[in-house]
Design a protein around this ligand. Structure first.
Ligand code: NAD
Ligand code: MG
Length: 376
């Protein structure tokens, strides 16, 4: 039997390494056709030896001299477009993932999307690339995987509302004045999920949930006034779908990305897998739900407003956030500087046009420069 070829973009990251664990258990259905990473050549070499892909790309040129490897930014799109690739798992972090998402969809591939930033920046372009190329966008993000599993093929006319759950991050219970004093180490200590540094900071500011609301809007075609967010500290309910008859379905499980990754590969089918621990409702109880504290976590409302504004505003939100988080990760700014920087970039550039890839990349660059100037 032939197996389906998977390109893993960002194979050395948190999602990338989880995906390789999933594929190692599912070798009768999938093989690794391509691997790309940014700079961790040693881990990439180990992965290449274990999975024997036909293409290996290391984006940062000059890091290693491994013969046969490809180098430079183009290696993301090269991997996504290969004929032996059926599924592109985009597990890159940040705006740099956009071109590969577009390339995979234009070539008619399934894109298993962890890189939510690409859909937030270029939602209309991405959905259009899928239509034109015959590609298929399947979410890896746990909330969107949950929603997809709850909808289970029913028409969207039967869906009344989406409710995304948010862990609330490490600062869920802190006051605005407590937030003045939190450190980078505090922000990186996520209570329920182990993830890359950028998304871990986004979870602490709730910018991640704003990205996810915009992601849900484009993926499922649901207007913003029918997408809500609720804080759920245990991260056991991965999201809810409310149907027009008032019934509410949830998808549950331990906070572990291997299940949503597997589902994005096998969708709409389910396959046997022993990698996910058995769900124990008693051990998980009690489950709590709380409203979002909007005043303490302004990045959520800023991002949703950018989504509603449309055009390049979501790209400006995303880029400003990426730039501010990069500065926070370097220790150059404080936690409470992130949201005001995003706000500043949106008030200056939030009405920029977003009709083409060039326009979106221009707005992205403006937003980054604006944040650097504001925080200098
Ligand atoms: P990570 O930082 O652990 O890994 C990122 C990967 O991208 C690495 O392999 C890195 O080498 C590669 N990369 C980074 N910059 C690059 C560049 N300029 N060019 C080429 N490659 C580059 O991040 P992660 O936590 O795995 O997250 C990846 C994506 O998945 C993000 O969009 C994140 O929001 C999303 N996501 C992650 C989780 C999670 O549990 N980690 C859950 C949901 C969604
Ligand atoms: Mg998520």
């Amino acid at each position: 039997m032939t197996t389906r070829g998977v390109a893993i973009l960002g194979s050395t990251g948190s999602i990338g390494t989880s995906a390789l664990r999933v594929i190692a258990r599912q070798r009768s259905a999938f093989h690794v056709a391509a691997l790309t990473a940014f700079s961790n050549a040693a881990l990439l070499a180990e992965q290449a030896a274990a999975f024997d892909p036909s293409y290996v790309g290391l984006a940062r040129a000059g890091v290693t001299a491994n013969s046969g490897w490809h180098h430079g930014d183009e290696c993301l799109t090269e991997a996504a477009e290969r004929d032996d690739v059926d599924i592109v798992l985009n597990a890159i972090v940040g705006a740099v993932g956009l071109k590969a998402t577009l390339a995979g969809l234009e070539r008619g591939k399934r894109v298993a999307l962890a890189n939510k930033e690409s859909l937030v920046m270029g939602g209309a372009l991405v959905m259009d690339a899928a239509r034109r190329g015959g590609g298929e966008l399947v979410p890896v993000d746990s909330e969107h995987s949950a929603i997809l599993q709850c909808i289970a093929g029913r028409p969207m006319s039967e869906v009344r509302r989406l409710v995304l759950t948010a862990s609330g991050g490490p600062f869920r219970t802190l006051s605005a004045s407590d937030l003045e004093h939190v450190t980078l180490a505090d922000a990186l200590a996520h209570p329920t999920w182990r993830m890359g540094r950028k998304i871990t900071v986004d979870s602490a500011t709730l910018a991640n949930k704003a990205l996810e609301v915009i992601e849900a809007h484009f993926l499922f075609g649901v207007p913003y006034d029918r997408i809500d967010v609720v804080v759920h500290p245990q991260s056991v309910v991965h999201s809810f779908v409310e149907f027009v008859d008032g019934s509410v379905l949830a998808q549950m499980g331990a906070p572990n990305m291997e299940l949503p990754i597997l589902y994005a590969l096998t969708y709409p089918d389910r396959v046997a897998d022993d990698g996910v621990s058995q769900f124990d409702p008693v051990a998980q109880s009690p489950l709590q739900f709380e409203p979002v504290r909007q005043r303490e976590f302004p990045a959520l409302a800023l991002g949703i407003a950018a989504g509603r504004a449309g055009g390049a505003a979501p790209a400006v939100f995303n880029a400003a956030n990426e730039q501010a988080v990069a500065l926070f990760l370097e220790g150059a700014i404080g936690f409470n500087d992130i949201a005001p920087a995003i706000d500043g970039a949106l008030s200056r550039h939030g009405t920029a046009p977003g009709g083409s890839l060039d326009a979106i990349l221009a707005a992205d660059a403006l937003a980054r420069r604006c944040v650097q100037e504001l925080l200098r």
